[in-house]
Design a protein. Structure first.
Length: 141
């Protein structure tokens, strides 16, 4: 894969360092390794859902945190006291940490674990001060 040089963006843009960093990480392929698999679904104009396949993890083995514009999901599997002797082990039982970068004004509103899927619901709530407003045009005298 080619490496892109984002330094011109850093030199000419002020306040976009987070965006440049996201682009650089995406281009370099760093970050998440694909486990656990997930979907991001658009439920409506301002509602999203992240669904993660976390088969084998219980509620007490999962942790969801949201800080600034980062959503982090961690899974920690306790070691069994009596390990099993597998002939074939195709179900991953390793811990994980997955991070999602959230846009401004996106917040987590809930999470559910159902049938091995962790559903995390998000909503975009733009404050009134940031919404576009119409300016009335007066008549000059």
């Amino acid at each position: 894969m080619s490496r892109f040089d984002f330094s011109p963006l850093y030199r000419s843009a002020i306040g976009f360092d987070r965006l440049a960093s996201l682009m650089e990480n995406a281009a370099s392929g760093t970050g998440n390794n694909g486990y656990p698999p997930y979907n991001i679904e658009l439920l409506s104009e301002n509602q999203y859902r992240i669904s993660m396949a976390v088969a084998g993890f219980g509620r007490n083995e999962l942790e969801i945190t949201s800080h600034e514009n980062t959503l982090m999901v961690k899974g920690h599997k306790e070691q069994e006291q009596n390990p099993r002797n597998y002939l074939y082990q195709g179900i991953a039982e390793r811990g994980f940490e997955r991070r999602f970068q959230l846009a401004d004004h996106i917040r987590v509103v809930g999470a559910d674990l159902e049938n091995g899927l962790l559903h995390i619901d998000l909503v975009r709530e733009v404050p009134e001060a940031a919404k576009p407003r119409t300016i009335a045009i007066g008549q000059a005298e």
